[in-house]
Write a protein that binds this ligand. Structure first.
Ligand SMILES: Cc1cc2nc3c(=O)[nH]c(=O)nc-3n(C[C@H](O)[C@H](O)[C@H](O)COP(=O)(O)O)c2cc1C
Length: 355
């Protein structure tokens, strides 16, 4: 049964940040564990290879609630090296999709969050200053109990002068700042807008390689996860993995699928420039996440690589968790469904067959 979401779309990002999390995440206490963790994630024992990917856990209070609710691998939402404003409200709207969402569709948004649920999310990757988030992330990471691992996500910001060297330097600085928090695993978001075009960094293979190698040089032995978008072209994905796959420790995929979002009158639903198109996530993107997990597993085997596959997209049940694991995902994560099903980790621990 859908429950009150822990991130409330009816409220502003700031309200959620200051007053959230809500619903079952509001007053949590740690889940008692009577068994030993049987699974492993990038060198760390975990109770279940299940978590919440970068996004809905917008600060340490949200991460702590997720840990208490049994999400053993929560990711602290993507931060930047400087304060960065959030897009105007609304930042989350429901979208109606029949079946599987193909790329580049036009969808109608509303506020009906009933199932099967897909949403668009449009925040613009806001960030507080590192003075705030470093302390908050460190605190959240330290809250994890044995069998749980907090991941810190970040991304570089395009400099106004457009210089590639400055762009790379910002990724390196971000990686250093996240490492200083003591998080045991670092994630870099490569599925963010790149070089002023509608392209994503992960589709620019050589730039991705440069970014990832520069980060790895900076962070040394701390495991590095990259967050990728859906790659339709399998040959291109193989080329990407030949260049990047041996340098990274984990690949989390997918991010959202882009669509044009209109309101009931056919007008742009999200106010402001550059927001006609927006990323869609939730049940209608599961097909793409599962397909990506199986492509990653196949190519990883062929290339003899060893990165951990983190399957993301449309997971809202133990059956979906199982489907991802059978497709080749080592770890599975849920953002949209988890927001409305704060009990999802417990449900998966009780019901999944592929644990
Ligand atoms: C509210 C919200 C905020 C998100 N913010 C980020 C983000 O900051 N960084 C990122 O890499 N992905 C972000 N995502 C994408 C998710 O990590 C995930 O890739 C996507 O939502 C697909 O999973 P789902 O179908 O379970 O939602 C966000 C998703 C949601 C729902």
């Amino acid at each position: 049964m859908p429950s009150e979401p822990f991130y409330d779309p009816a409220k502003s990002y700031l309200d959620n940040f200051e007053r959230g999390p809500f619903g079952l995440f509001a007053n949590t206490s740690p889940t008692s564990q009577t068994t030993e963790p049987k699974h492993e994630f990038l060198g760390h024992p975990v109770f279940a290879p299940f978590g919440i990917p970068a996004g809905p856990l917008i600060n340490g209070k949200f991460v702590k609630a997720a840990l208490d609710m049994g999400f053993d691998i929560p990711v602290y939402k993507t931060v930047r090296t400087k304060k960065y404003a959030c897009h105007p409200w609304p930042n989350v709207l429901a979208v109606k999709v029949e079946g599987d969402l193909a790329p580049d569709r036009t969808l109608v948004a509303n506020e009906d969050y009933s199932e099967p649920l897909s949403i668009t999310n449009s925040f613009g990757v806001p960030s507080y200053d590192p003075e705030f988030w470093q302390r908050d992330m460190a605190d959240a990471a330290a809250y994890a109990r044995p069998g749980q691992v907090v991941v810190g996500s970040f991304q570089g910001t395009l400099p106004e002068n457009g210089r590639v060297a400055d762009y790379l330097a910002d990724f390196v600085l971000g990686a250093r700042l996240v490492k200083e928090t003591g998080v045991p695993v670092i994630e870099v978001n490569l599925s963010c807008p790149n070089e002023g075009t509608a392209n994503l960094l992960c589709f620019d293979i050589q730039r991705s390689r440069q970014v990832v190698e520069a980060i790895k040089d900076e962070i040394g032995g701390v495991p590095l996860v990259i967050k990728m978008a859906f790659y339709k072209d399998e040959k291109k994905l193989e080329e990407f993995l030949r260049e990047v796959g041996k340098t990274v420790d984990g690949i989390a995929a997918i991010n959202t699928i882009s669509a044009e979002i209109l309101d009931a009158d056919g007008k742009q639903a999200l106010p402001g420039e550059g927001r006609l198109r927006s990323g869609v996530c939730g049940s209608s993107v599961k097909w793409a996440g599962v397909a990506m997990a199986s492509k990653l597993a196949r190519i990883r085997g062929e290339l003899g690589q060893t990165f951990t596959i983190m399957g993301v997209g449309g997971v809202g049940s133990a059956a979906a968790f199982d489907e991802y694991r059978r497709a080749g995902a080592d770890v599975v994560m849920s953002a949209t469904a988890a927001m409305w099903h704060p009990d999802l980790a417990r449900e998966i621990k009780e019901q999944a067959h592929e644990l």
